[in-house]
Design a protein around this ligand. Structure first.
Ligand SMILES: *Cc1c(COP(=O)(O)O)cnc(C)c1O
Ligand code: SF4
Length: 338
């Protein structure tokens, strides 16, 4: 089995994405300089940065409009002073994930599927992220934790699907990913491998032929759920990456978060659905943001989100309308709002 890795690795391209990952923009001044924006117009929040650093790949910045503070991509990553607003119902773990964490790195919340936090980091820091306060450091699985997770899955034949989530599972190396997939493949009751990742959108250079081969050669049904919130995120490089994935056997879905001032209008989500569909990606979930401290400025009321969805239903075929969901701690699945 290990031969598979040797056959497909060395690649110049894979250095390319790792170079981008090691040269992320983390300095707000540099970001604003590139975007020709004046920091005096909209001060950065240093306390926001100290909680959850600024982190954005350069190719994602290239898809932003210069001189536009309201750019929908910039708003998703800008550590704004609004993050300092403290509201009572906002907490650091609104989903009570700690309770569903039987083994480090594994969440077993819903029947038949478990979620593995396969990577301790992401390629980007999205300010609305519900795991922004998640303690990745103490949840970074060691080899021993991995073997506990694998034992947990082995011992429960009702588990059919493993969801790799994060952090971002595609932020790890091909070698680590291949190791993990092969370990999972040896568990015979597993059928589906699902990868939730924002990397195809924010770091499309990561979708190398080697990565596609690893996924394509797996015995699993492979599903990739990309996380795209706005059609402006779909650059030419993203299109190329998705092209490579759609030529394989992988099923492609998208999930978005509905975010105030970014994509909470039917027109924007309609365009997003059409753009994704032109790349063979079907919409899956539209999440209402979770009430995580520091994210209240992204909040959209459920009434508004329902209105947006109803308006999409009028204008789009059913298969282009995402399911509006919210996560409630203790529920046996994600909760549908309409
Ligand atoms: C969202 C989620 C899943 C997957 O739910 P689906 O409805 O199958 O997409 C599984 N486990 C956890 C912990 C989740 O948050
Ligand atoms: S890529 Fe996903 S997990 Fe990572 S910061 Fe963004 S929303 Fe959070």
């Amino acid at each position: 089995m290990a031969d598979r890795a040797l056959k497909i690795i060395p690649s110049v391209k894979s250095e390319n994405w790792q170079e981008i990952l090691s040269d992320l923009i983390t300095d707000p001044k540099e970001l604003l300089h590139i975007l020709r924006l004046d920091i005096n117009k909209k001060p950065v929040s240093l306390s926001a940065i100290s909680q959850f650093s600024l982190k954005v790949p350069r190719p994602f910045v290239e898809a932003m409009q210069q001189g536009n503070w309201s750019d929908p991509l910039l708003l998703q990553i800008w550590p704004s002073e609004e993050e300092e607003i403290n509201l009572n119902e906002y907490t650091s773990d609104p989903l009570h994930e700690v309770e569903f964490n039987p083994v480090k790195g594994l969440l077993h919340k819903y029947q038949a599927r478990v979620l593995l936090t396969a990577a301790p980091h992401c390629a980007i820091h999205c300010r609305y992220c519900f795991r922004r306060h998640f303690d990745y450091k103490s949840n970074t699985p060691s080899r021993e934790d991995w073997s506990n997770s694998l034992d947990y899955i082995k011992a429960d034949p009702s588990i059919q699907e493993v969801i790799l989530s994060g952090g971002d599972p595609l932020a790890i190396s091909d070698r680590q990913l291949l190791w993990l997939i092969q370990e999972l493949e040896s568990i015979s009751h597993l059928k589906i491998l699902r990868i939730h990742s924002r990397v195809p959108i924010v770091l499309p250079q990561r979708i190398t032929p080697e990565l596609v081969a690893i996924l394509n050669e797996s015995r699993f049904e492979v599903v990739i759920v990309v996380h795209c919130n706005h059609s402006q995120e779909i650059s030419d490089n993203v299109k190329t990456a998705i092209e490579a994935l759609r030529l394989s056997k992988i099923t492609l879905l998208n999930q978005s978060v509905i975010l105030a001032g970014i994509n909470d209008e039917p027109g924007i989500l309609k365009e997003l659905s059409h753009t994704l569909f032109s790349l063979s990606i079907l919409p899956y979930y539209l999440h209402l943001p979770d009430k995580v401290i520091g994210t209240s400025h992204f909040s959209v009321t459920s009434d508004k989100a329902i209105r947006v969805i109803n308006s999409l239903r009028k204008e789009l075929p059913g298969y282009l309308v995402p399911i509006l969901v919210q996560e409630e701690p203790g529920a046996s699945s994600k909760t549908r709002l309409v």
